[in-house]
Design a protein around this ligand. Sequence first.
Ligand SMILES: O=P(O)(O)O[C@H]1O[C@H](CO)[C@@H](O)[C@H]1O
Ligand code: HPA
Length: 292
Amino acid sequence: MFPESHTGYSYEDCRATADWLLAQTAVRPLVGIVCGSGLGGLADMLKDQVVFNYRDIPNFPQSTVRGHAGQLVFGTLKGRPCVCMQGRFHLYEGYPIQKVTLPMRIFKLIGVETVILTNAAGGLNQDFKVGDIMIIKDHLNMPGFAGNNPLMGPNDERFGVRFPCMSDAYDRELQQLAMDVGTELGYGHFLREGVYCVLGGPSFETIAECRMLHKLGADAVGMSTVHEVIVARHCGMRVFALSLITNQAVMDYDSEEKANHEEVLETGKQRAEQLERLVSTMVTRIGHNNYS
Ligand SMILES: O=P(O)(O)O[C@H]1O[C@H](CO)[C@@H](O)[C@H]1O
Ligand code: HPA
């Protein structure tokens, strides 16, 4: 079985965490950002910060992975109120999937309307290069195929419907906005779009697995994001997600390449500035309620 599966937090638990946060800060964020491995610098862009260590937030799990600081940062990005997770949770850390995705429900209950998720991923598409930024247009949910979906268990209609649609998971207007902003910033040569595949990790993929995932239609592979997207969409938030291609997935038995977390973090550092500019410019142009 999966760790403590079906023991999600109740609506009241989530409400208590959200109310606790709202009582400590006057910031009322409309945009929530999740920083991927090595991409925590995004949170440093926020002005007038109010910072919470995950260990101090009721019900919150702890970050255990290098490159995930474990702080929830409230502040403003070019005048727009935002909240930023400097560190996310992954299945391989041993958390039940409902705990991995808990922050999405907290985002919803504090008033977030749009979620921007980032991740580090291995490139399967042979046209991709290390350092490319892939706008996620769709996903393959491998743990979901095996029955590990964050919405397993009783459904609370106060969050969303029993059977949420996922064919529109990634907001098309926001994808277009990212393309437009990226092109304006001169990033067109490293901006791509594609399908992200999530696996449980923590072991990186074998060569045969990478070949299979590529044949199945995945352009990039990682160990996060999709679970958060499902929960964010279930409770009606608008979602944009991107992958930084931090390494090429190994597809060839003659290759000497070996996936490793150090390379992942290093590529994050090299692209951090552009990624931060892309996301912050997008945030200034996102409309709310009736979209832009
Ligand atoms: O998806 P994020 O959190 O960016 O992290 C990615 O980087 C780690 C592997 O280096 C894995 O956790 C993978 O999912
Ligand atoms: O190659 C990868 N595989 C899985 N997860 C990853 N996260 C960064 N790179 C990778």
